[in-house]
Design a protein around this ligand. Structure first.
Ligand SMILES: [Zn+2]
Length: 663
């Protein structure tokens, strides 16, 4: 069997919150609002349905996640931990005047840094402007007896210094232009490419994920080497904490499969051996029996401009039985979707192996997944494991619910073209977006295969591989959401949810998402590039026949879909081409698509979006405080775990700092 598709890059960011919905409970979703961020809470409605042992299991898994929090900060940027400790000291000091204007400005900066796990924006990767009084800040630190290194000060206050965490711009040296701490600051892209070109695999059909758990550093002789993240290497103190919690989880696992998988994960953390990581993933992917599951490790590679290194993350999940049963039909039909996909026959998988799809309730997140979180995750990332052993795909149901419940109607009303569109969005928008997520994760990322002899997308498509992979998965979802099959298998009563999703996708990709970036900036983030690529390519493709119409009414621009069937056909065409690019490893064609359609911004339209959304005062980005778990003790043993839902974002950040600082 040849190498198949659906490599890496599988956690998908939330869509714009255009939809509204109907949670009438009086749970307060939003707990903070600053800069371009709102902080929400989520509930774990199924917590009480678990047994005490399951709750204790989830508790230890959650603690393991939090124990690795510092790793994420340090990987993001080499001065992050030092800066964070300075911020924490000021915020928690009782001698600092918290009523002053200087403090208020400083606090906004601090919250932004906490939200991003560092001094660069979590989404745009740009360094935060230090919009607060530098003299006040340095004086306050000095009063508190805290020294901040010259370089850390420069990192905060010099806008041109390490300005961007991840820079994938066309033509730059990806490593020298990126501040992320996965590589020593002076290592060049060419050096890293050479380093990995020399790596050989014992079994070329089953390559290990080179570089996934290490920093590329330079020794005193100038030689490049990997500083491996393990109990014997870099981040040893955090990793030992993680292992301790995983061992406790292992002791209360729901079944033997879970215990076995956790044992392999612990071995992997001990040695850092990437073949152990593969062994673990094979065990993990076949562990589908329990009610509680988790993601833990150095997983997604979005933060590495070269796509090798995984960011530390955990997500602890409780199965949502009813919702999972409803959606099981998607995974059951995954081979039908593959057989009926518009991609070329030679790029189709003969048999799509073991895709498990569940709707889950998140119980806790950490590292790369917190405070900003994905809404769906599809793992493992190693292609050959997916082919031979299958994959697990989850939608984070309570996170999606929190997004929908907290989104006002403002955006929909301002940008929806007509009452009909708005009513449809209100009635069917949520269903449409959930179907999109399911199809994207289960069918999209699992579809297609790479031609024999062609390298992995990371090698062939380089800095465009993430954008193109997300585009491919979105296009699969968009194509099938209007297929009659969706009604046949009982997922949709009619096509209204599909139409609502098309309206939403086009208006988001053509304009709405632009409110997330600053005037004059290009689009950088992979998911955003993907959405604009798909929407604007389809807009141009259908221009002659007016398939998507650009209408301007009273100075307001709308993109209105006139012919859904034709648009679906275009999505199929583009899917076929992007699958070809991936299957053949056609870098030049991939680069052209992304650079032509996904990067440059229509400046006038951008200004209009900012102007129209400003009065709505809606934050373009959301994230979450986590529920907090408190063990119920009997003597020295934990007999149960209680959950509370905190209301204070900054408070949670300080509690985390106090309890989980290991670097
Ligand atoms: Zn995705």
């Amino acid at each position: 069997m040849g190498a198949l598709a659906a490599i890496a890059l599988s956690s998908c960011n939330p869509q714009e919150e255009m939809h509204t919905e109907t949670d009438h409970s009086d749970f307060q979703w939003q707990v903070d609002r600053f800069a371009d961020i709102k902080v929400l809470r989520y509930q774990i409605p199924s917590w009480d349905d678990l047994t005490p042992q399951q709750r204790i299991y989830a508790y230890h898994l959650t603690q393991a996640g939090l124990a690795g929090r510092d790793i994420m900060w340090d990987c993001n940027y080499r001065h992050n931990l030092e800066i964070r400790r300075a911020l924490e000291a000021i915020i928690s000091s009782e001698s600092v005047d918290k009523e002053s204007a200087a403090y208020a400005d400083f606090e906004v900066y601090a919250k932004r840094v906490f939200f991003a796990n560092g001094i660069h924006h979590h989404y745009s990767n740009m360094k935060f402007a230090a919009d607060f009084d530098q003299d006040w800040f340095l004086q306050t630190l000095s009063d508190l007896g805290i020294e901040l290194s010259e370089e850390a000060q420069r990192a905060i206050f010099d806008p041109s210094f390490d300005a961007k965490k991840v820079n994938r711009a066309d033509g730059v040296d990806l490593l020298l232009a990126s501040a992320v701490n996965f590589y020593a600051p002076d290592i060049t892209q060419a050096e890293a490419e050479e380093f990995y070109a020399a790596k050989e695999d014992a079994d070329p059909a089953r390559p290990v994920s080179h570089g996934l758990n290490s920093r590329l550093s330079r020794d005193e002789n100038g030689e490049i080497y990997e500083e491996v993240f393990s109990a014997r290497g870099r981040y040893a103190s955090s990793i030992k904490e993680i292992m301790g919690h995983l061992a406790k989880a292992q002791a209360v696992a729901e079944n033997e499969d879970q215990a076995k998988a956790l044992g392999l994960l612990i071995e992997y953390y001990e040695s850092g051996d990437l073949t152990k990581w593969d062994d673990y993933n094979i065990a993990w992917v076949s562990t589908t029996g329990g009610d509680v599951d988790y993601i833990n490790g150095f997983v997604e590679v979005y933060n590495d401009p070269m796509g090798y290194r995984g960011s530390y993350e955990t997500i602890v999940q409780v199965k949502d039985f009813d919702a999972s049963a409803r959606m099981a039909v998607v995974a059951d039909n995954v081979q039908w979707f593959e057989d009926n996909s518009p991609i070329m026959d030679e790029h189709k998988k003969e048999s799509v192996v073991g895709v498990s799809y569940k709707i889950v309730t998140v119980a806790g997140e950490a590292g790369d997944a917190s405070p900003s979180t994905p809404i769906g995750v599809n793992l493992p990332n190693a292609n050959w494991i997916r082919v031979e052993h299958g994959s697990k795909s989850v939608s984070l149901g309570n996170i999606e619910d929190a997004y929908h419940a907290s989104a006002g109607k403002g955006m929909a009303e301002e940008f929806g073209f007509s009452t009909m569109h708005n009513e449809r969005a209100e009635k069917y928008g949520e269903l449409g977006s959930k179907m999109h997520t399911a199809l994207h994760e289960v069918v999209g990322h699992a579809s297609g295969k790479i031609n024999p002899g062609v390298g992995t997308p990371k090698e062939t498509l380089k800095n465009y591989s993430s954008t193109l992979e997300e585009a491919r998965a979105d296009l699969v979802a968009l194509y099938f959401i209007l297929d009659d099959k969706m009604q046949e298998i009982g997922l949709m009563e009619n096509k209204e949810a599909g139409y609502a999703e098309y309206d939403n996708y086009i208006s988001n990709g053509m304009m709405l998402q632009l409110r997330r970036i600053l005037p004059g900036d290009d689009i950088e983030e992979d998911h955003m590039r993907n959405r604009q690529l798909v929407a604007s390519w389809a807009f141009e493709r259908g221009q002659e026949e007016n398939v998507i119409e650009r209408k301007v009414i009273d100075g307001k621009t709308y993109f209105v879909v006139n012919d859904y069937d034709k648009l679906r056909g275009y999505f199929g065409e583009l899917l076929r081409e992007i699958q070809r690019i991936k299957s053949e490893g056609d870098f030049e064609a991939g680069r052209m698509l992304v650079e032509t359609y996904g990067v440059k911004v229509d400046q006038e339209l951008h200004a209009e979006v900012l102007r129209r959304s400003e009065p709505l005062n809606l934050a373009p980005y959301s994230g979450f405080v986590n529920p907090e778990m408190e063990p119920v003790m009997e003597g020295d043993s934990i007999i149960d775990v209680k959950v509370t839902y905190p209301m204070d974002f900054l408070g949670q950040m300080l509690r985390y700092a106090k309890n989980y600082s290991f670097e």
